[in-house]
Design a protein around this ligand. Structure first.
Ligand code: CP
Ligand code: NVA
Length: 318
């Protein structure tokens, strides 16, 4: 079968950070994911990765990322191998260069969830097969790709919308800001002082937003960020690796919860998103997460569809 992958995606080698992509590449990835999801539902997907193997390294816990990649490989006729990092010992047992070289000699792609972002950069540098960032302390591009797909599928467009992110300026938030800025979605972040985006991150977001004609703003007032938003989004206040700070963070973020009151600031039909896992009744109430405006569980399912499309783009023989 001739590949119908958009030509703009032909040169995509790795998937490490949203800010590495050209806006048209991200836009085409989103549309390709939506197209493949529809074909999947119609039973029309071809096993285009038959005989291919994806090596997955996890330095941190995961449910959605692992399930999404492993299930996607099965659906495409290939196989995923979960290499627990306590077995691989990335940097401790073996140099990243050597790990990248060995995996490249046996597998067709690498997915890595790491602490320091530099590790995925190094893996990509020394690997001859595609490397996908399955979350680093700096970014979570698979999540942001999925989030754009989810918003476009649910609301029919991206440009001109307003997304309010209430919470920690973390990996998820950074990728989301850049994806919104590239796609013309106005992005408003609200976090307490000390947990906001640094100037360098904001500058990157604003540069991308200038090019798409959207805006990036940051405030310490959740109601201001949420005002007239089409989408409210949050993530945990304490990310993996920050567990020692959780009490201090819970205190700092009190007042930054997505709840019924905050939802009133947004548009009446606003959609509520959460990348999950959620810390229920901290960053979001049960009532909102389980309520009619939340799409967090469709968002979670869409990890499978977005990641399957990404695997096809990166690993399908041309
Ligand atoms: N949202 C997300 O990446 O979920 P996991 O940490 O469970 O993979
Ligand atoms: N910010 C969270 C996201 C988990 C999917 C973390 O890094 O733990």
């Amino acid at each position: 079968m001739r590949s119908d992958i958009p030509a703009s995606l032909a040169n995509l080698k790795h998937f490490l950070a949203i800010s590495d992509l050209e806006p048209n590449v991200l836009a085409d990835l989103v549309d390709f994911g939506i197209q493949r999801k529809k074909q999947f539902r119609e039973g029309k997907l071809e096993p285009v990765l038959r005989g291919k193997a994806l090596a997955m390294i996890f330095q941190k816990a995961s449910l959605r990322t692992r399930l999404g990649f492993e299930t996607a490989m099965v659906q495409l006729g290939g196989h995923a191998i979960n290499l627990e990092d306590h077995q691989v010992g990335l940097t401790r047992r073996e140099d990243v260069r050597d790990v990248a070289r060995v995996i490249s000699s046996m597998c067709d792609g690498i997915m890595a969830r790491v602490y320091g972002h530099q590790l995925v950069v190094e893996l990509a540098r020394f690997s001859s097969v595609p490397v996908i960032n399955g979350l680093s302390d700096f970014s979570h591009p698979c999540q942001a790709l999925t989030d754009m797909l989810t918003i476009k599928e649910k609301l029919g467009r991206l440009a001109g919308l307003k997304l309010a992110y209430i919470g920690d300026a973390n990996n998820v938030a950074r990728s989301l800001m850049n994806a919104c800025a590239m796609m013309g979605v106005n992005f408003a972040a609200a976090a307490p002082p000390g947990y906001q985006f640094e100037e360098g991150d904001l500058a990157t977001g604003r540069l991308l937003a200038d090019r798409s004609g959207s805006q990036v703003m940051q405030t310490d007032k959740p109601a201001e960020a949420a005002r007239d938003a089409d989408v409210l989004y949050t993530d945990v206040w304490t990310s993996m690796g920050q567990e020692d700070e959780s009490e201090q963070r819970d205190r700092a973020f009190a007042g930054y919860q997505i709840n019924r009151e905050l939802l009133k600031q947004a548009r009446p039909d606003a959609m509520v998103m959460h990348c999950l896992p959620a810390h229920r009744n901290l960053e979001i109430t049960d009532e909102v997460l389980d309520g009619p405006q939340a799409v967090a569980f469709e968002q979670a399912e869409n990890r499978l569809h977005a990641q399957r499309a990404l695997l096809e783009v990166l690993m399908r023989p041309r």
